[in-house]
Ligand binder design. Structure first.
Ligand SMILES: [Zn+2]
Length: 462
């Protein structure tokens, strides 16, 4: 199978370090606020990668972390007047619950920064011994970037480039501006742990290096995360780990794209963040997954106003076909192997979920034709779709349950019926322009209008 490696900037044949086994790590969430849809996409795609590798027969150890202590967590907890550890704990529980609802499984290992403090301290001590790090009189410890010759190999930046994006802050006694903190001395009244350098807490980058080293070993096959982590976070992880081990840290680096909302970056300043809890209130998890997986993981997902509504329509159509097949009580366990093959071909090409989902339209067209022709081999397509696409978290339910959960009670408001009746009149008069305008109005009110021999049918857009 081919995978895109951010380290080499190309698609490569995937060959793990040890035959049949994969160690993979993805950087998880800093639990300062409620999780948003970007977090969901990141967790979902790495979960799918892991499940696909398992389907191919690999033994996968997948580790994922929660950053449960950092400046933002401390700030927000202070504003709320609660203990930062309690705040982090509450958000971890809530986030786990939301991820489960979205059909995302727990990693093999879920690591938390605060549970790795002794290992982090040990790691920092070793870097100091090897002269790759230094402590300041204030009790901070910094990584000596200039000593690590490969710095910039992942982000393809020089130190001069890097300098532009280094935060100029009031960190004292740094040898050079691009040195970054491994250990931060505690400010008054701030949460701290004892260390050889005094009271303090770990920097962000070191936690991932230490958790990898002590949790998975010196080298791993795959390291991943959002594309925004390439610099400085992943660059710094490489510097820390490879300085300690003298070996290549991760063989493959996978980075997923970011989230846009109507073409704009999702950000705090634009106030356009979409929280997982909010989207779960509006749409069925399978609809959310279908909508998001239509974009290949490396690309940015653009969340437009009708992305979920359209996904909802497709999923309901698909499930209606499945419902019809289920009502026939066909009993074959056979599967149409061509469906699996086309799925594997798509996924073997760098986890191309967009292609795998596009295939569904042809698959369901064939199934509908078979139904029309009373071709009982449709059950083999049904079995394959349920089995193969289950890996993407789709078609997990009995069709009637899905349709019940998504349709709820459909109450069509009077004014929508009026619009539909008016449209029927305009069609009789062959006034197509007005008819199209009315269709648009009906759509804006949340309904699709489907013309048929009896006139029309209204369907709620979810
Ligand atoms: Zn990380």
């Amino acid at each position: 199978m081919k995978v895109y490696n951010s380290l080499t900037h190309q698609k490569e044949e995937f060959i793990p370090l040890k035959k049949g086994e994969i160690k993979m790590y993805s950087c998880g969430i800093t639990v300062s606020k409620d999780a948003h849809i970007g977090h969901a996409i990141q967790a979902m795609i790495f979960d799918i990668m892991r499940k696909y590798f398992e389907k191919k027969g690999y033994k996968v150890i997948y580790a994922r972390n929660y950053t449960d202590v950092d400046d933002k967590i401390i700030d927000i907890a202070n504003q709320l007047g609660i203990n930062p550890m309690e705040h982090a704990e509450r958000l971890i529980k809530k986030t786990d619950d939301e991820m489960h609802k979205l059909g995302i499984s727990d990693a093999t290992l879920t690591l938390r920064a605060t549970e790795y403090i002794p290992q982090i301290i040990e790691f920092v001590k070793k870097l100091i011994e090897k002269d790759y790090a230094y402590a300041t009189p204030e009790g901070d410890v910094y990584f000596r970037v200039s000593k690590f010759k490969d710095y910039g190999k992942l982000s393809h930046r020089t130190l001069e480039d890097a300098l532009e994006s280094v935060r100029i802050d009031n960190e004292k006694n740094k040898e050079t501006p691009f040195d970054f903190a491994l250990w931060k001395s505690a400010k008054p009244n701030e949460i701290y742990w004892e260390s050889p350098w005094g009271k303090g807490r770990p920097g962000w980058h070191i936690e991932c290096s230490a958790m990898n080293y002590y949790g998975l070993g010196e080298q791993i096959d795959i390291h991943g995360g959002g594309r925004d982590l390439i610099f400085p976070h992943h660059e710094n992880e490489i510097a820390q780990t490879e300085s300690l081990t003298g070996k290549q840290f991760a063989k493959y680096w996978f980075h997923n794209g970011l989230v846009k909302v109507n073409g704009q970056k999702m950000s705090k300043s634009l106030n356009n963040s979409i929280l997982i809890e909010d989207i779960l209130k509006k749409y069925h998890p399978e609809i959310i997954r279908f909508a998001l997986l239509q974009t290949n993981y490396k690309n940015d997902v653009n969340i437009t106003d009708d992305l979920f509504a359209i996904a909802s329509k497709h999923m309901i159509d698909f499930y209606k076909t499945l419902a019809e097949i289920e009502s026939k009580n066909l009993s074959s366990k056979k599967e149409n192997k061509l469906i699996e093959k086309s799925f594997n071909d798509a996924m073997d090409d760098d986890f191309n979920t967009a292609k795998a989902l596009a295939n569904l339209f042809d698959i369901f067209k064939t199934m509908n034709n078979k139904l029309r022709n009373s071709d009982e081999s449709v059950i083999e397509d049904y079995n394959a779709v349920k089995n193969v696409y289950g890996l993407l978290g789709l078609f997990k339910l009995k069709a009637k349950d899905f349709l019940k959960q998504t349709h709820k009670e459909i109450i069509i408001p009077d004014y929508v019926v009026e619009l539909a009746n008016k449209r029927l009149e305009t069609r009789k008069l062959k006034n197509w322009k007005e008819s199209d305008e009315l269709r648009e109005k009906i759509k804006q009110n949340g309904f699709d209008i489907i013309d048929n021999k009896d006139g029309y049918k209204l369907e709620k857009i979810n």
